[in-house]
Design a protein around this ligand. Structure first.
Ligand code: ATP
Length: 356
């Protein structure tokens, strides 16, 4: 393989240029050209551009050789040169193959918001570990609020206070159905389960998904709890048509392939948003798709050091949530949904930070 010095010297000779003529064309001084051609000096990136234009050499090819020699010069006397290069190689592969690509798809506004949540997440991590009563109180507050809002999206009519009484005090609320009570209790148990999974270092997988869904419908719909649907479904008020039941096996397989191949390359908040959106769009269960998907989102968030994101159940927020989902499903535009989730994550981190 030719060295950069040889490439440059050969190119000048092929063009039949004297040193003086090369100086005229490149603007590089004669002494330097001569030293570069003898391998006594290493050209700057600016020199390289000048040579490429003057000798009609492809700049990308020239730069490749230039970088190879630059890296070689840097590590040649290091004892662990090979190991250093191998490590650098794996970092480059990671960036080229995944991260850089994934990030290039995100809009500037999504990237700016992600930066903000990353900063808040670091601040939150610095406050940890929280212990004793402080932790218990915070968890209690956020678990109740999350259960209240997630069930409210689904149509549960228990108030925040009533949800607290049912979950934490075991009190029944007069005039409210057994189903509404069970929904609150089940969801709270599922949130505890999410936190246990994170503590145990359990990664999201097909089994966890089924366990989460089982907890959501436990005692409410025994036939369907923890099982994929075998009937077609429609999402009321939505143009999006979830797939026919016979397609579910393959689609859910793809769902986990997508998760596993993106879990280290996507930003965790985007990963959480995507796994949420894909799950509700496939709608693999007869009921409980929304609540289960929001739990999946939170499992991913909490396992990456974020706090529980709480999508609100008031009419305006619920409509914005549906509209953002529809925008992915109908217009193939995930940005509004990403932003909605990022805003919820930011809100939650800020609230947690305000309390410590
Ligand atoms: N285009 C859409 N419009 C509205 N909802 C959608 C759309 N696509 C998916 N969904 C999801 O479907 C969920 C409703 O599905 P399902 O009734 O099975 O879930 P649930 O947990 O019982 O109820 P909910 O999600 O309302 O709490 C919504 O919460 C939302 O997450």
């Amino acid at each position: 393989m030719k060295t950069l010095a040889q490439i440059l010297q050969d190119a000048r000779e092929q063009k039949s240029l004297t040193l003086k003529e090369a100086v005229m064309r490149t603007g590089v001084d004669a002494g330097l050209i001569s030293k570069i051609e003898r391998g006594k000096r290493f050209p700057s990136e600016g020199n390289l551009k000048a040579f490429s234009e003057a000798y009609e050499l492809r700049l990308d090819a020239l730069k490749k050789q230039w970088l190879v020699e630059k890296v070689f010069n840097l590590v040649q006397y290091e004892e662990q040169a090979s190991e250093i290069l191998a490590l650098a190689e794996s970092r480059v592969e990671y960036l080229a193959g995944a991260k850089a690509l994934e990030f290039s798809k995100l809009s500037a506004s999504v990237l700016a918001k992600l930066k903000e949540v990353d900063q808040l997440q670091v601040q939150w991590q610095q406050k940890r570990p929280l212990i004793g009563t402080q932790l218990q109180k915070m968890q209690e507050y956020f678990h109740v609020a999350y259960t209240y809002e997630s069930n409210r999206i689904e149509g549960n009519t228990l108030s925040l206070q009533e949800t607290h009484l049912v979950i934490n005090e075991g009190i029944t609320i007069g005039g409210k159905s057994m189903k509404e009570h069970l929904e609150a209790i089940n969801h709270a148990e599922a949130v505890d389960f999410v936190e246990e999974l994170v503590k145990g270092g359990v990664d999201f997988n097909a089994r966890t998904l089924m366990e989460l869904h089982y907890l959501v419908l436990k005692g409410i719909d025994r036939e369907n709890a923890g099982k994929f649907r075998s009937v077609p479904v429609r999402i009321s008020g939505s143009e999006h048509m979830p797939p026919q039941p016979y397609l579910l096996g393959k689609m859910m397989e793809d769902y986990f392939i997508h998760y596993n191949s993106h879990k280290t390359s996507l930003h965790p908040v985007i990963l959480a948003a995507e796994m949420h959106e894909r799950l509700v769009s496939v709608h693999p269960f007869v009921d409980g798709n929304g609540r289960t998907s929001r739990l999946v989102m939170n499992l991913i968030l909490v396992s990456h050091g974020f706090t529980l994101a709480n999508l609100k159940g008031d009419n305006t927020s619920r409509l914005a949530y549906y509209k953002a989902l529809e925008s992915v499903q109908v217009n193939n535009d995930p940005a509004p949904f990403y932003e909605l989730v990022i805003d919820a994550v930011k809100d939650s981190l800020q609230q947690h930070l305000d309390l410590v």
